[in-house]
Ligand binder design. Structure first.
Ligand SMILES: Nc1ncnc2c1ncn2[C@@H]1O[C@H](COP(=O)(O)OP(=O)(O)OP(=O)(O)O)[C@@H](O)[C@H]1O
Ligand SMILES: [Mg+2]
Length: 511
């Protein structure tokens, strides 16, 4: 007789249904797993054998065959241990044969029979809800699974014995509760930054509209400091965003103790990052930093120090909001709608744009041009806001701390974001909540400037030779500025300010 247990295989954040079939037949004593397993799955045999023995169940001296169907879907990871073990237990009558009907099962086994946590429990739980199944997962992941739906039937056992007792009715388990990570550690506050008023204003605009921002300035001007304070003014994740972000973290195995956090992700990879680390990939096509920053911030400090190819690999996700990783045997898509914040020095000496400074090796212009040539024009074209952050003066530094801190700025940002959410919900644009993500076709409807603004942008587009994308990005920033002012229409002053943030980009790509 063949025992069947449902489990999943991950393709990106999608959990595809996989059937684990276990057959015990007479013949040579053997334990084989077939159905395109990778190394971790093949090793599962040894873990299952030891865990069953540790739980007081000896494997029958017969031929055990495990098939993972469909056979053409690659099976990666260690979460097949538990479904295989339960299939074997059902086949030898250690648990009732029908106990596993209507359950999706995943979990890794330790040699002593305990069930250890695995990545991907949240997407598996969502898939179980869709299939109208219950879920059996490791105890440590129970609270993560509970987020999928309040109706989902969840069994989160500590060990094989506990689960067997539950099925026998001797020790009934209770449903785990969804847990939220306490956001105890306070974020750094904007109040720490003295002076730099215009840079702070730009940071607020970036936060309000979800715009990409590049800051250029001499060492020690406070660029890294500014970027690190962006999370303190961003609104918390909405429930739908929270689930999307957590699904990616779950697949990457980053959810500590199954608790979700409603803080926006802030990822700051070092400039030595490889392509696979940034956009995802590697052996199991894991999500990269760009996907882990979904609905949050990807901060690239010292931008020109990144490898140019690695930076250019961000061009696709910056435009489409997702990353497609193609492998010989399958392809996976990860969502990656992140906000790019970049910081850089104007040249290798770092001070090229400071008044009166002479670069050590060559004329300032050449030093600047050489350093900035590492950034491609198309990448810069995708950045809405470009500003120069000048060095802070001693006069600024001795001033008392500014009155306004992150809390006040966050309130204005939240108000502007509310307006945007309402606008895009009214237009029935699914998944769009910020001006930065607004599709160009819709811009004419939502961000059409008044007649004064229109003539200004027409003249400027010609004079600055704006690309079509540049033109649209100016409209988007203009829309955000109007939202920050609480205005219905984009006016000339909004267009003018939006254009000023574009000027640096165009100068730079011309260099
Ligand atoms: N506006 C400011 N107000 C208060 N302190 C500041 C300010 N700007 C810089 N500092 C101080 O200078 C230090 C360096 O700042 P930061 O690391 O942000 O500089 P940076 O612009 O990123 O420089 P680099 O280009 O070398 O990375 C900060 O830790 C802080 O102590
Ligand atoms: Mg820095």
């Amino acid at each position: 007789m063949v025992m069947r247990v449902s489990t999943v295989a991950f393709e990106g954040i999608e959990a595809r249904a996989v059937d684990v079939q276990v057959q015990i037949s007479s013949g040579t004593v053997a334990f084989t797993i077939v159905g395109l397993p990778d190394k971790a799955v093949a090793e599962s045999r040894e873990r299952v054998r030891s865990a069953l023995i540790a739980s007081g169940l000896a494997l029958p001296a017969k031929r055990i065959t495990v098939n993972l169907a469909p056979a053409d879907l690659p099976k990666e990871g260690s979460h097949y241990d538990l479904p295989i073990a339960l299939g074997v237990m059902a086949a030898i009558d250690a648990i009732p044969g029908d106990a596993l009907n209507g359950f999706t099962v995943l979990g890794e086994l330790a040699l002593d029979g305990s069930i250890t946590s695995v990545a991907g429990v949240l997407p598996a739980a969502m898939a179980a809800v869709e299939r109208q199944h219950g879920l059996i997962c490791p105890e440590a992941c129970g609270s993560e699974a509970a987020w999928a739906s309040s109706e989902l039937d969840i069994l989160a056992p500590r060990s094989l014995i506990q689960l067997a007792n539950h099925f026998k009715g001797t020790q009934v388990m209770s449903r785990p509760e969804p847990a939220i990570m306490p956001s105890s550690n306070a974020l750094p506050d904007l109040r720490d930054i003295k002076g730099q008023e215009s840079a702070k204003r730009t940071l607020e605009i970036a936060a309000a509209g979800g715009h990409n921002l590049i800051m250029s300035g001499p060492p020690g001007a406070g660029k890294s400091m500014l970027a690190q304070r962006l999370p303190s003014i961003l609104p918390p994740l909405s429930p739908r965003e929270l689930l999307e972000v957590s699904m990616i973290q779950s697949v990457a195995g980053l959810l500590a103790n199954g608790a979700l956090s409603n803080r926006r992700p802030f990822r700051a990879p070092h400039h030595s990052a490889s392509m696979a680390a940034l956009v995802g990939g590697g052996l199991n096509a894991r999500p990269g930093e760009a996907s882990l920053a979904h609905h949050g911030v990807l901060f690239l400090d010292e931008l020109p120090e990144f490898q140019p190819q690695v930076l250019d690999s961000l061009r696709q996700p910056l435009e489409t909001g997702e990353i497609l990783i193609a492998r010989a045997n399958h392809r996976v898509t990860y969502p990656s709608r992140f906000q790019l914040i970049a910081a850089m020095n104007p040249c290798r000496c770092g001070q090229g744009t400071e008044p009166g400074y002479v670069c050590r090796r060559q004329p300032n212009e050449r030093c600047i041009a050489q350093y900035q040539a590492r950034l491609s024009g198309p990448l810069l074209d995708r950045i809405d806001l470009a500003i120069e952050v000048p060095a802070v003066t001693a006069a600024d530094l001795i001033l008392p701390p500014p009155e306004e801190g992150s809390a006040q700025v966050a309130a204005r940002v939240a108000a502007a974001r509310n307006l945007q959410e309402k606008r895009y919900a009214l237009l029935a644009e699914r998944g769009i909540t910020t001006n930065a993500a607004c599709p160009p076709a819709l811009l004419e409807e939502v961000a059409q400037p008044d007649s004064d603004g229109l003539s200004l942008i027409r003249d400027a587009a010609n004079a600055m030779r704006l690309s079509a994308r540049g033109f649209h990005r100016v409209l988007k920033v203009g829309r955000t500025l109007a939202d920050l002012d609480g205005e219905e229409r984009v006016r000339r002053i909004h267009v003018a300010e939006a254009l000023s943030y574009r000027a640096h980009t165009d100068r730079r790509s011309a260099a």
